[in-house]
Write a new protein. Structure first.
Length: 107
């Protein structure tokens, strides 16, 4: 693999995580899941190739920059999904309490 392919893989991954971040910001959870699956496939395909690549300093720095952006996107996605999951859990718990009250007063 040449250095253009190696860095290109990280460029592709960065685009995907950027799209995932936007989907999470907009609450498009189904789209986020689709993108996460694409991202997982990209990472799996990159892994064996990445181990064989050697980069010059310019491309190594670009790879580092892309990895930092990918990690920043990932942190933002995690923060947003954890917030959404907490809200969802609160709604589910509220519904359960409501069902129990309803059942208690129907008896």
């Amino acid at each position: 693999m040449n250095y253009h392919e190696a860095v290109g893989n990280y460029e592709t991954l960065s685009v995907l995580t950027g799209q995932m971040r936007i989907a999470a910001q907009e609450g498009e959870w189904d789209h986020l899941v689709e993108l996460e699956q694409k991202c997982s496939r990209q990472v799996a395909a990159m892994r064996p190739m990445d181990e064989r690549s050697t980069l010059d300093e310019t491309n190594r720095q670009r790879k580092i920059q892309l990895i930092k952006q990918i990690l920043a996107d990932d942190a933002d996605i995690r923060n947003r999904t954890q917030t959404w999951m907490a809200q969802l859990q609160s709604i589910i718990q509220s519904n359960r309490k409501e069902q129990r009250l309803h059942q208690a007063y129907e008896s």
